[in-house]
Design a protein around this ligand. Structure first.
Ligand code: MG
Length: 249
């Protein structure tokens, strides 16, 4: 069941989204060679809690940290660690969730660490652009497949693949609500978009094969071929007019 949010609920979701945006902006500034993902996690926790919010991911199905930090071939759900030191040329996907007054904001970015290869730059640009293409479809009256198809078309036209095992989702009182939002067409148009829907749209785009596997830590998802993966996400509200991105500064 897709839960539509009232104007009042959107006020709170906007606040939660802004905390996520601010956290990601601080993490962008802190991401450089020599920094550990544990330090990024601690910084995120400090900012989220300073605003009276809670890091949504901590304890979610037992997840042991505040953010997900996924380096290079890691797609999503990387666990921050004192042992993971960022090196020049890495890319890091950082996913942040904040819960404020019972409502969740959820967004992700992939950042360069120091100087990255042109191939890595192109992957980051394409994945972020795929997210914007998807947001352009986030209008009342369109269908879920318009969002999914926009990501797939944009990524595949540039020689990339989209991850199929993990998808975007509705978001609100729960981090994961209906509908699931695949980054590829499923051969059905899916639910029609309506004002009050709040959607976490999150392309995960791979340089090589689409297939992934999960490491023995039971969380970290990596590409099967070890090639790079990027991830960008915003929480977006469907309105009577333009889509409203709740996780922008
Ligand atoms: Mg998400």
């Amino acid at each position: 069941m897709i839960v539509l949010k009232s104007k009042n609920e959107l006020v709170t979701m906007r606040e939660a989204g802004r905390i996520v945006a601010e956290t990601l902006e601080a993490l962008r500034g802190a991401t450089k060679p020599g920094v550990t993902t544990f330090e990024l996690d601690a910084l995120a926790n400090a900012i989220i809690t300073k605003h009276g919010a809670k890091p949504t991911f901590r304890g979610y199905h037992g997840f042991p940290a505040n953010i997900c930090a996924s380096i290079n071939c890691e797609v999503v759900h990387g666990i921050p660690s004192k042992k993971r030191i960022l090196r020049d040329g890495d890319i890091i996907s950082i996913d942040v969730g904040a819960t404020l007054k019972g409502y969740v904001g959820d967004a992700a970015i992939t950042l360069p660490v120091g100087t990255i290869s042109n191939a890595a730059k192109r992957l980051l640009q394409a994945t972020e652009a795929a997210l914007w293409e998807a947001i352009k479809q986030a209008y009342a009256g369109k269908y879920l497949e318009d969002i999914s198809g926009a990501v797939q078309d944009y990524a595949e036209a540039r020689g990339y693949t989209v991850v199929r095992q993990y998808v975007g989702h509705g978001v609100g009182r729960q981090m994961h609500e209906d509908p699931q939002i695949p980054n590829y067409r499923q051969g059905k148009r899916g639910p029609q978009l309506k004002p009050g829907m709040t959607l976490a749209i999150e392309p995960m785009v791979n340089e090589g094969v689409a297939e992934t596997r999960t490491l023995r830590d039971k969380w970290t998802v990596v590409t099967q071929d070890g090639k790079l993966s990027a991830h960008f996400e915003h929480t977006v509200a469907i309105t009577d007019g333009e889509p409203e991105i709740l996780t922008l500064l």
